[in-house]
Design a protein around this ligand. Structure first.
Ligand SMILES: *Cc1c(COP(=O)(O)O)cnc(C)c1O
Length: 364
């Protein structure tokens, strides 16, 4: 008798959609027999990480036989200083997606539901599905979260409401006025999670300083990452700020060595190099300008973005995505979001942006 081990898995796991990450350059080059492809598909920092990290990691190599610090003491201290927050309010994760999972794992009971927006960062609904959580997806409004709709969707069984600010893949953001509306409307027992993976790129004054609301709103959880502006996506480290009570639960939920020693060390060093952060933001602003100005000239519409990426209406997105791939330009199609006309392009270095624009022109 043969046993189908697929069918033995929980049903919600069996039916889980597979997250399609941006294709690695090596894969594209192998597939198409080409060289020098560029990846503008995963919102990685085109400048890489701070060069100050390399020598520190070489030192850390000496100790790879030692378990990492399960307490994450050093990075917590560094973050506490940098953010002017108590270490008791911090949770460190294996990427911020790890933190999002800890929240779901710890707080979503069988009869609870979660509220998210349409087009919200896909990892969140995937985590929710993997835990079998009933999820209310509120239709977006002009590609952005519909705040009124999301507030209305909350009922007595709602345990968590997710905001992605700015949102990936739409690049839209919620301002402080909207955020305060959320804070006053959501019942105090409902966790308000703000995924702020791109917070460092935000320059506008009306971007909510969510950290300032932590003491008045102990149901608030803010997640951030070292994967984007800090350029450490490959090492996997992110963090949450919350009330100490929630942090205590999340720290209990996390596995003891969820953060590896390289990631923790690199994050400490990266925090100190704020010049690199500034430079990354500057390159991003210039690149965004470069790409959107040209798109306007070409009469191609896009969703105005405050992130390090822009989502562009190219008509038949799958076709354009494939053609770009053949030319060695890797972007992200968004059919997993039900956005069949859009591709998402990460802002790169000037010459990468130029190559993307020229290739797109050629294809269209
Ligand atoms: C990239 C991204 C993350 C980061 O995930 P990590 O696990 O920290 O790499 C989280 N949220 C959003 C919206 C993102 O785009």
């Amino acid at each position: 008798m043969t046993i189908d081990f697929r069918s033995l898995a929980k049903q919600n796991i069996r039916n889980l959609p597979i997250y399609q990450p941006g294709k690695p350059t090596e894969e594209v080059e192998r597939e198409f027999g080409i060289f020098s492809s560029i990846k503008l598909a995963s919102n990685e920092n085109p400048l890489g990480a701070s060069p100050t990290i390399i020598s520190e990691l070489q030192k850390a190599l000496q100790n790879i036989h030692i378990y990492p610090d399960g307490e994450c003491y050093e990075i917590k201290q560094a973050l506490a200083n940098f953010l002017a927050i108590s270490p008791a309010k911090l949770t460190i994760g294996n990427g911020s997606e790890n933190i999002l999972e800890l929240i779901v794992k710890a707080y979503l009971h069988d009869d609870n539901n979660a509220v998210i927006s349409e087009y919200a960062f896909l990892t969140i609904p995937i985590i929710l599905k993997s835990y079998g959580v009933v999820t209310k997806v509120v239709p977006a409004l002009n590609w952005s979260h519909d705040i009124e709709g999301m507030i209305d969707a909350v009922n007595e069984n709602t345990r968590v409401i997710f905001f992605v600010n700015p949102n990936n893949p739409t690049g839209t953001y919620l301002n402080d006025e909207k955020f305060r509306k959320i804070l006053s409307a959501i019942p105090p027992k409902v966790l308000i999670v703000c995924d702020e993976a791109y917070a460092e790129y935000m320059t506008s004054d009306d971007y909510p300083k969510t950290q300032e609301y932590l003491s008045s709103h102990p149901n608030l959880i803010i997640t951030r990452t070292f994967s984007k502006v800090y350029g450490l996506a490959g090492l996997r480290i992110g963090y949450a700020m919350s009330s100490p009570e929630i942090a205590e639960i999340l720290n209990r939920t996390r596995l003891p060595f969820n953060v590896n020693s390289f990631a923790a060390k690199a994050a400490c060093v990266a925090l100190k190099d704020q010049w690199h952060v500034k430079e990354s933001i500057r390159i991003n602003q210039e690149g965004m300008q470069q790409i959107t100005a040209e798109l306007k000239k070409m009469n191609i519409s896009f969703i105005p973005s405050v992130g390090n990426f822009v989502t562009i209406d190219v008509g038949d997105a799958e076709k354009i995505y494939q053609k770009l791939l053949q030319e060695g330009v890797i972007v992200r199609p968004l059919k997993a979001y039900n956005m069949h006309h859009h591709i998402r392009v990460t802002i790169g270095k000037p010459e990468q942006n130029q190559r993307f624009l020229q290739t797109l022109k050629k294809i269209l």
